[in-house]
Design a protein around this ligand. Structure first.
Ligand code: NAD
Ligand code: WQD
Length: 339
């Protein structure tokens, strides 16, 4: 059996953690990444964790000549597609870049898969596809609201494209991640935000490390028990593990046409202030923070109903949020030279 798997965006945060889990499960991941939002730090980290070199091609998923080079050299039965631009705020400023990159990459990849008869595809979708849902937890049947941002719209469109193309003989699983946080327990790989982080946990760890003067909690007047927003935080290694489960599930299926979606969250809502307090508890570090205004576009509360992925893929999280925060801190300390 061919053990090679193409991993686009494998030099990025979630892709790199997945590459490690693929290697542990006996697969041979082949990474392609244009390094537009990363560098080789995580690739080197992957090699330290696994103790072996990883195949890496630098190039853009929209570049068909580049894809052709990789597809003709390497033979793989499945593609995991992480490569995308992912900043919600930036997508509002630069919608065309987001539509071009996120849709263009998918279309070019699917085209090449057709040409080389590669049939299995695992897609990085997002809970943003739901917008502000009417009821929580959200199941996979919860209807999409109008996307709040061009980024969210690209994920909705990509899912639609995949559903359409699957009817012509593609086998697709879309995993809708909720809020991945944390880092590998070895502290060799983790999140590497460019510039000021948009996301909560890298902002928390950078503040704790003294890179940022203070964290601003965006609003404490929401209709939630402590007034701050509620999210479904999930350890990034659990997200990565789900991809191996998804691959094995897909590979044992016989059908030629598959389009299935799975929520990938732990199913428990935690508030922003709970995260701040838990971080202080597990690390013993006092965090400078203040309450600020609401951030435009934020959803008040959202968390997953993950029963489908648990039942169908047999996946369940193995890490706690305490561990995720501790691992994120260990990674930050390494980056900041504090450990
Ligand atoms: P990331 O930015 O760390 O990784 C993405 C990688 O893709 C980067 O290394 C970047 O250089 C590469 N890339 C971007 N465009 C490319 C292109 N055209 N060709 C080749 N490489 C390209 O992001 P991440 O957090 O690892 O996210 C991975 C995927 O998961 C993305 O599709 C993202 O939308 C999705 N997702 C992320 C989150 C999250 O909170 N991190 C949540 C839901 C969904
Ligand atoms: C979490 C909570 C903020 C920073 C985004 C995307 C989503 C998915 C995951 C890709 C919110 C609050 C944050 C800060 C704060 N990505 N916060 N101070 O917005 O839930 O989801 O990332 O698909 O699509 O929308 O994640 O980490 O930005 O915010 O108070 O400095 O933390 O207001 O309530 P979000 P986040």
């Amino acid at each position: 059996m061919i053990k090679k798997i193409l991993v686009t965006g494998g030099a990025g945060y979630i892709g790199a953690h997945t590459v490690v889990e693929l290697v542990s499960a006996g697969y041979e991941p082949v990474i392609i990444d244009n390094l537009s939002a990363s560098d080789l730090t995580l690739v080197r980290g992957i090699e330290k964790i696994t103790g072996r070199p990883v195949a890496f091609y630098q190039g853009d998923c929209r570049n068909r000549a580049f894809l052709e080079e990789v597809f003709s050299k390497e033979k793989f039965p499945a593609v995991m597609h992480f490569a995308a631009l992912k900043s919600v705020g930036e997508s509002v400023q630069k919608p065309l870049e987001y539509y071009d990159n996120n849709i263009g990459s998918l279309v070019a990849l699917l085209d090449m898969m057709g040409k080389y008869r590669v049939t299995d595809f695992i897609f990085s979708s997002s809970c943003t596809v739901y917008g502000q849902p009417d009821a929580i937890p959200v199941t996979e049947e919860t209807p999409f609201k109008k996307a709040e941002s061009p980024y969210g719209a690209t994920k909705q469109m990509c899912e639609r494209i995949l559903e359409d193309v699957s009817k012509n003989g593609l086998r697709v699983l879309s995993l809708r991640y909720f809020n991945p946080i944390g880092a590998h327990p070895s502290a060799q790989i983790g999140e590497l935000p460019i510039g000021t982080p948009n996301n909560l946990v890298p902002f928390v760890t950078q503040t704790a490390a003294g890179v940022r003067p203070e964290l601003v909690v965006f609003g404490n007047d929401y209709n939630t028990p402590d007034g701050s927003c509620i999210r479904d935080f999930i350890h990034v290694v659990d997200v990565a593990r789900a991809h191996v489960d998804a691959l094995q599930y897909l590979q044992q299926k016989k059908e030629n046409r598959i389009y299935e979606v799975f929520n990938l969250g732990v199913g428990k809502g935690m508030s922003v202030l709970e995260i701040v307090n838990l971080f202080q508890q597990v690390t013993g570090v006092q965090l400078r923070y203040r309450i600020g205004n609401r951030r435009p576009g934020d959803v008040e509360k959202i968390y997953a109903d993950p029963s489908r992925i648990m039942k169908e893929l047999g996946w369940k999280p193995v890490y706690t949020i305490e561990q995720a925060l501790l691992h994120a801190w260990q990674w930050q300390k390494k980056l900041s030279g504090l450990s």
